[in-house]
Design a protein. Structure first.
Length: 161
């Protein structure tokens, strides 16, 4: 086997591992979340708005790493469900901002409790290994994206967990 083929297989193995972890996390939670009628992206939008109220659609989409048109549909469904309210800032009546409604805050408390119950076992992994994992993730982001560290710093500041 050539070096290039070995590299290809190694990269594939790494990417598959990351995808499998992501899939496992969301699948484990998705089964619990279904009775709340929320999708994973809807939960993410609510979690972001819980941490950062009064942001616009484009900022919400950017933080969630999805397109504005996709996030627009998510926001529409969450607004219809009564979890998000659209409003305007007093100092800038042109800007449309999003906030959680009392129902949105209530569902977030329920979802957060379920989320923590499902993912807390991750903390059974030794702290040193978790720190190494996070460091490897940072390196991968830096190597795979032009903005690398900017995205990483922003997402770590906007983290929802």
């Amino acid at each position: 086997m050539s070096d290039r083929e070995e590299d290809r297989l190694e990269v594939y193995r790494i990417i598959q591992s990351v995808r499998e972890v992501n899939k496992t996390i969301f699948y484990a939670f998705w089964n619990e979340e279904q009775h709340l009628d929320l999708t994973a992206i809807q939960h993410m939008a609510l979690a972001i708005l819980n941490k950062r109220p009064n942001i616009g659609l484009s900022e919400l989409a950017e933080i969630a790493h999805v397109g504005s048109s996709s996030m627009s549909g998510v926001v529409d469904r969450l607004t219809k469900a009564g979890y998000i309210a659209r409003g305007r800032l007093e100092h800038d009546r042109r800007s449309l901002v999003l906030t959680l409604t009392p129902e949105g805050k209530d569902i977030m408390q329920k979802v957060d409790a379920m989320w923590m119950e499902r993912v807390l076992p991750i903390l059974d992994i030794p702290r040193e290994q978790l720190e190494l994992l996070l460091d490897v993730h940072k390196q991968m982001i830096m190597k795979l994206t032009p903005k690398g560290m900017n995205q990483l710093e922003q997402s770590s500041n906007d983290t929802t967990r």
